[in-house]
Design a protein around this ligand. Structure first.
Ligand SMILES: [Zn+2]
Length: 86
């Protein structure tokens, strides 16, 4: 999940017309921090869910497709304890 999405200048100062995007991104399965606001991105694409590399590997090992994982972990389902899923 991405929060605090905003645009910044190259030096990280907030600017609504800045060329860079920053956000805080946490894994929707294990809640681990993936990116914080110090990582600048040239582009921003909203996704329903975000997973860390570890959880993506877990899904692959369990033969769970990204689509299936996405459906299980959409924002609507965040009230569940993540340990009880899968
Ligand atoms: Zn994770």
């Amino acid at each position: 999940m991405k929060t605090n999405i905003h645009k910044v200048n190259y030096d990280g100062t907030p600017n609504t017309n800045g060329n860079w995007w920053v956000w805080r991104e946490t894994c929707d399965r294990c809640q681990k921090l993936i990116y914080d606001e110090t990582t600048q991105h040239s582009d921003f694409e909203e996704a329903d869910v975000d997973f860390c590399a570890e959880c993506i590997r877990y899904f692959m090992k369990k033969h769970i497709s990204y689509k299936e994982a996405e459906m299980k972990y959409t924002k609507k389902n965040l009230n569940f304890n993540s340990d009880e899923k899968f």
